[in-house]
Design a protein around this ligand. Structure first.
Ligand code: MF3
Ligand code: CO
Length: 255
């Protein structure tokens, strides 16, 4: 069941989204050589709390940290640790913030020092995949129109999209209907609803340099590419409107 948000709920989603986006910016600024992923987790946790919100992921299905930090071949759900970031690494940071019962969910991949041209391209293509999908995040299109745009752009650039994990509706729950895959399946196995104003979706391309296959590490959380080639992730929570979509986790320009 897809929950269409009222104007009052949308207002709460905007507040939560702003906090998640600001936390993502803060995390991105901390991504430098020598910093531990644990210290980023701690700082972002404290920031979210300072905003009167709570880190959505902490304790979610038993997840043991406040945010997810996935380095290089790690795709998603990396657990912060004493690992120090090194020049050449890419770091995907995924953040959820719950404020007054509503959630903002967003992610981005950041680079450390000098990265290879192929790695740089992966990061840029993954972010652009989100914007390609966003072009179809309008009333009257279907979820699969978003999926197709994301998959096409990734594959045109010789990358692959992860199939095992998908985007999702988001609201008072982290994962609501509908699922928002980054690929189109033939024959179709899931519902493919039409987009309607008031839907709030987390659109989150996960893009691999190599094969689409992934596996979960022994910690039960960290998802890595099966071929150990690098992966990037970019995500925003968006609102379907009568016109252009609204990015609820948009990065604010510093003023
Ligand atoms: N953005 C991810 C998602 O929507 C993060 C979930 S991590 C978890 O699925 F720890 F909360 F599971
Ligand atoms: Co998400």
């Amino acid at each position: 069941m897809i929950k269409i948000k009222s104007e009052k709920e949308v207002q709460l989603m905007r507040r939560a989204g702003k906090i998640a986006a600001a936390a993502r910016s803060l995390a991105g600024k901390m991504v430098t050589e020598g910093v531990t992923t644990h210290s980023i987790n701690k700082r972002v946790h404290d920031f979210i709390i300072s905003q009167g919100a709570v880190p959505t992921f902490l304790g979610y299905s038993g997840y043991p940290a406040s945010i997810c930090i996935s380095v290089n071949e790690e795709v998603i759900h990396g657990i912060p640790s004493s690992r120090k970031l090194q020049s050449g690494d890419i770091v995907s940071i995924d953040i959820g913030a719950t404020k007054d019962g509503y959630i903002g969910d967003c992610a981005a991949t950041f680079t450390v020092g000098d990265v290879s041209p192929l790695t740089q391209k992966l990061v840029e293509v993954t972010e652009q995949c989100f914007y390609e999908g966003l072009k179809f995040a309008k009333a009257g299109y279907r979820v699969s129109d978003i999926s197709r745009a994301i998959q096409s752009y990734a594959e045109e650039n010789s990358f692959s999209v992860v199939r095992k994990y998908v985007g999702h509706g988001v609201g008072s729950k982290l994962h609501e209907d509908p699922e928002v895959p980054n690929f189109v399946e033939k024959p179709r196995r899931r519902a493919d609803p039409r987009l309607v104003p008031g839907m709030t979706l987390a659109i989150e391309p996960m893009v691999n340099i190599g094969d689409a296959a992934v596996k979960v590490l022994g910690d039960g959380w960290t998802v890595v590419t099966a071929d150990l080639a690098r992966s990037a992730h970019y995500e925003n929570t968006i609102l379907i409107t009568c016109g252009e979509p609204e990015i609820l986790t948009a990065t604010e320009e510093a003023s």
